[in-house]
Design a protein around this ligand. Structure first.
Ligand code: NAG
Ligand code: NAG
Ligand code: NAG
Ligand code: NAG
Ligand code: NAG
Ligand code: NAG
Ligand code: NAG
Ligand code: NAG
Ligand code: NAG
Ligand code: NAG
Length: 625
């Protein structure tokens, strides 16, 4: 019996993510047979071509169904099916779990993950039960072990499908090891991260790092013991998807204090670890960390001394708590007999937050480079992404110089107008910020000639205004005489967010048979013109390479119209003819005839008051006697 160890997890630390990494096989001994009453699959959308979102133009997406190889791992009153393959997805991907069951008469069916949820059943072409669980833009909190519980008349079934989310390492954090002078660095991630210790001022990749031998305790955790006297202590977690670093919170009495009080944010329950460090040329000095001017409890306190070769010495002190509480918030002061005192502010939050700085949300740009930018503060650190037309783009976060605020920029809009969304989440909250981008576009002009009208339509952003000009010679590019009469401009219409349609019509005067005109649309992005040569003597219409199609359409339309007119006249004539013959029939054929039961009006008695024989009716001028 083998049980895989959850990585990134250790007793006493609530790592929600750890649960889902229970990858393998807890019940191997009980496998008896290989019935395939239940098959598990997972559907993911794969972008065709490279995975990187290089273009925001709608990508080709195909759905791929992958079999997870569910097998019966335990048989008894409850049949347990385990997936041999984990569902591995990228964060914010759309996926669907699909379980197919050749079971008869299912009575009830539930999905269970954190809480239970009734499942919907349908049938496939082979009349098997199918149930699906769909995730739209899967979030980190949705990673874990999904269990399907099915009660049927023939037996009960449990299907277990672990869902793992590939992501770059979470920001590492530090913890003091119990009964030891070492500190641990912990980072959760999938795929598993390796941990590096860096003792440079900033954690550049070029800086030499120590990758301590894994202690064999718990993956994703590493310790540093001897280097605790270093000025800077960084811990970086690295996997194929990225690298995240954290520095140990230190009050260094030999460094000039930064202008605002250094501040450390924590959440209730997280480990607290603060270091005070001081170097002096004579080891005979003392340092003392205190909390709100009181001595720190001995159980939360440790110290160290390291002599240097030249009689100088480094002293360090730690204050730590395995799980911070609200009342741990306050000022921690490091005092020394040989240095100036320095303090730091620790704030222990009940709940995490994301605080996005207000900023402009609508932008109009031309061809220049432009990036959206969001500034925010947050704790715990956020996962974020940018969204445009249902596509997600990675979100790069960079810390401000003082490390207090974070900025994320998005430049990959490729000058497409539309709505761009910044999305950020941490364990406690979610924020979105919506931006609208309008990209100025030079008008694109289409000209259409129809009989005595020339119409021009322009598409661009912002809406265009029109100028019509006469060209001096028929074929020349010298069009300078502005036309002011016979122009009808229409109100622009918005076609989409970043596109206006403007149109204008010129009514042609018949004074000249041939001439050349141009229409020009103009907006703040530029102007565009379209020119045409008009020869009214050609069948009363126009000739220009552009309008041949229009001309033929008009001719076609005219012929069609003529056909209609002829058809109409013919039908009318025919109808009249028919009517007359019927009239004849009515007159000629009496009631005794069988085929036509026409009413012979002569059969009726006239109401003398109102009626008289039809034959006596005559139309004519009204004559007044
Ligand atoms: C049993 O199930 C496993 C996992 O799906 C599969 O690889 C194997 O071929 C099956 N064996 C038989 C005899 O069907
Ligand atoms: C299936 O589970 C139900 C409760 O969910 C239980 O009442 C029933 O006895 C179980 N059936 C079998 C065959 O174990
Ligand atoms: C003592 O040596 C350390 C390095 O070993 C050096 O950083 C420090 O400046 C020296 N101090 C004095 C007073 O020379
Ligand atoms: C904070 O409160 C807890 C009880 O809730 C108490 O045990 C602990 O000593 C307090 N810590 C401080 C620093 O006051
Ligand atoms: C968010 O920022 C605003 C303005 O900067 C500030 O007033 C507010 O206290 C902040 N909220 C949190 C939770 O930090
Ligand atoms: C974000 O912060 C940086 C640096 O503080 C500043 O230059 C920039 O204007 C800010 N941007 C926004 C959108 O607030
Ligand atoms: C007008 O220009 C076209 C090409 O732009 C040319 O083929 C044609 O010969 C010119 N006609 C006259 C009358 O200049
Ligand atoms: C266009 O015509 C005007 C008026 O005749 C003239 O002044 C100008 O030089 C001409 N331009 C070109 C490029 O032929
Ligand atoms: C284009 O239109 C703007 C106003 O929208 C006007 O100021 C400008 O002079 C026009 N340019 C041309 C070439 O017509
Ligand atoms: C205009 O069309 C008529 C009839 O086809 C033709 O005779 C005449 O040459 C055309 N005029 C020009 C300037 O092309």
């Amino acid at each position: 019996m083998t049980v895989s160890r959850p990585h990134g997890c250790s007793a006493g630390i609530p790592l929600q993510l750890a649960v889902f990494v229970v990858t393998a096989v807890a019940f191997t001994s009980a496998v008896t047979q290989n019935t395939s009453e239940i098959t598990c699959g997972f559907i993911s959308q794969k972008d065709e071509g490279s995975g990187a979102p290089e273009t925001s133009v709608s990508p080709k997406v195909s759905n791929i169904l992958e079999d997870l190889g569910c097998y019966l791992s335990f048989q008894g009153t409850e049949n347990i099916y385990q997936a041999t393959k984990n569902v591995e997805v990228n964060i914010f991907e759309d996926i669907e779990l699909r379980i197919t069951m050749s079971i008869s008469n299912i009575i009830s069916c539930f999905w269970f993950f954190k809480k239970s949820k009734a499942c919907k059943l349908s049938f496939d072409s082979e009349n098997r039960y199918i149930t699906s669980l769909a995730f739209s833009q899967i979030k980190e909190g949705q990673a874990g072990k999904y269990t399907l519980l099915v009660t049927s008349e023939t037996g009960n079934y449990t299907v277990v499908v672990p869902v793992l989310i590939r992501k770059k390492p979470a920001k590492p954090y530090f913890r003091k090891r119990e009964k030891s002078d070492s500190i641990e660095c912990i980072s959760e991630s999938y795929p598993q991260a390796s941990v590096e210790w860096i003792f440079c001022k900033t954690p550049e990749k070029s800086c030499p790092y120590k990758r301590h031998e894994e202690t064999g305790e718990i993956d994703g955790i590493q310790m540093v013991q001897h280097e605790l006297f270093q000025t800077y202590i960084w811990c970086c977690a690295v996997n194929v998807l990225g690298r995240e670093c954290t520095s140990l919170f230190t009050i260094d009495l030999n460094e000039r204090q930064a202008a605002p009080l250094p501040e450390l944010l924590l959440k209730v329950g997280e480990p607290l670890l603060i270091r005070c460090r001081a170097v002096h040329h004579n080891y005979k000095f003392r340092i003392q960390l205190s909390f709100e001017n009181r001595e720190v409890d001995q159980s939360r306190y440790s110290e160290g001394l390291e002599y240097q070769a030249n009689f100088s010495a480094i002293r360090i002190q730690h204050v730590f708590a395995p799980a911070a509480e609200r009342n741990d918030s306050g000022h921690y002061t490091c005092s020394s007999t040989a240095h100036l005192n320095q303090a730091a502010l620790i704030t222990v939050l009940e709940k995490g937050f994301i605080n996005v700085t207000d900023s402009k949300e609508d932008f109009e740009i031309g061809e220049e480079e432009f990036c959206f930018e969001v500034n925010f503060t947050a704790y715990p650190p956020v996962r974020c992404m940018w969204l445009f037309s249902k596509k997600t783009f990675p979100c790069v976060q960079s810390y401000s110089v003082d490390g207090r605020s974070i900025s994320s920029k998005f430049c990959n809009h490729q000058h497409q107008s539309g709505i761009y969304i910044f999305y950020a989440e941490n364990d406690d909250t979610v924020v979105t910020k919506k931006f609208t981008l309008y990209v100025r576009r030079k008008p694109e002009v289409r000209m259409q000639l129809l009989f005595k009208q020339i119409s021009c339509v322009a598409e661009g952003y912002p809406a265009s205004s029109w100028v019509w000009r006469n060209c001096l010679e028929l074929n020349s590019s010298n069009c300078s005489e502005e036309i002011t009469e016979g122009i009808q401009n229409f109100l622009p219409e918005r076609r989409s967010l970043g596109s206006w349609i403007s149109s204008s019509v010129l009514h042609v005067k018949e004074t000249a048979t041939t001439y050349s005109v141009e229409c020009c649309a103009n907006n703040s992005a530029g102007s565009a013109c379209e020119k045409s040569f008009i020869n009214l003597s050609v069948a009363g219409a126009v000739s220009s390479p552009l309008d041949n199609a229009a001309f033929y359409v008009s001719v076609g339309f005219f012929l069609l119209l003529m056909a209609f007119v002829f058809a109409f006249i013919f039908l009318k004539y025919k109808k009249q003819f028919k009517y007359e013959s019927q009239w004849q029939m009515i007159r000629m054929i009496g009631p005794s005839d069988n085929e036509y039961i026409y009413i012979d009006f002569r059969e009726f008695e006239y109401d003398i008051k109102w009626e008289f024989p039809r034959e006596n009716l005559e139309f004519g001028e009204q004559s007044i006697r």
